[in-house]
Write a protein that binds this ligand. Sequence first.
Ligand SMILES: Cc1ncc(COP(=O)(O)O)c(C=O)c1O
Length: 402
Amino acid sequence: MDVTRVRKDFPLFQQEKPPIYLDSACQSLRPRQVIDAMNEYYCDFPACGGRSVHRLATEVSIRLDKAREDVASFVGVKDAECVMFTKNATESMNTVAKGLRLERGDRVVTTDMEHNSNHVPWVLLAKEKGLRRGYLSFQELEQGNLEPLKEELEKGVKLLSVVHTNNVDGSSIPLKKMVELAHDHGALVMADGCQYAPHNPLDLTDMDVDLYAWSMHKMLGPSGTGILYGKREVLEKVEPLVTGGGGVAITTYDTADILPIPERFEAGLQNYAGIIGSGAAVRYLQDIGMEEISEHERRLNVIATDGLMYVRNLSMLGPADPRRKGGIFSFNLKGMLPHDVAMILDEIASVLIRSGMHCVHPYFSSHGLEGCARASFYLYNTEEELRRFIESVKYVAEKFTD
Ligand SMILES: Cc1ncc(COP(=O)(O)O)c(C=O)c1O
């Protein structure tokens, strides 16, 4: 992969002194191609889709269909109608959590490293509806131990809802094997792909997962764009979270005939520029190649790990092998708050990372940690940037820890 050429597509890197952006796990940068696609919508056909029949609206509808087909093909899905546009992964997962209409006593199993988006809805539903909960150790799953999952499944599980790659240390679970096991026990599986889909080749048909949620703004797409994929027969049983115009075939004063997927889940005027930009984002990634992107990130993670492994007072999170952590490198400096580390790195070296509990509070609290500093890499980061990151972290460790 030619990173120098890739960087030419990103406006931020055209600044005289661009910062070192290592926060793509929160939100990625966008290439010119995505920005242009959105501008084209706003300038050339700024109308609504799927409603009016005039030429501008027709153009929007054609572009929306194309974006849906491109996103579906990006994740190995043939039936593009199984791809729903949402405003983020949180909305995608809430749609499922609330729309599945689970009943008192139904059991939902997650891991101990879920993002709040796949945690809070279940906490609240357990209280409100009397759902039963089960937790699996993410670390054990990552290490290939599926025995605890089997034990949970034998208790009777309606839904296994798990994060595919966690956003704390970047490691992943063997989702395909887990899906197979869950299906053998009659459980549905939803996965949170926010940190997996942007960084790896993905074939949801082969994975056989029932529901998969992720956000486009972590994979070069516009802010406020997310996806919910689901098998047709599963999604048809999910009640929409939002209902109204565009989501119904016909209404009377007393009845509403909800449309099939995908309109069922896309009531109200949509984020047309965002959807069209999402299509441009997956086309951009596909042109470069997900294998190449994934390998590039792993190479950067090896550099970060080799460079920081023996730094005094620095502890790394997650598996020791950097190749099991994709594009995330998380660490703590003894005696320092993660937010202080992040602010100092920005101040002294224009290195931009994320710090805190990363919306995974229960995991940090149960491990007695205040959070961590997290550097996350993507296709546009260079080895030179990594060397500057390493040097600045070493400097902070030297200067600010005992
Ligand atoms: C693993 C994971 N799940 C869910 C989310 C929430 O995504 P969104 O902001 O698109 O709702 C994030 C965002 O950081 C994440 O990393």
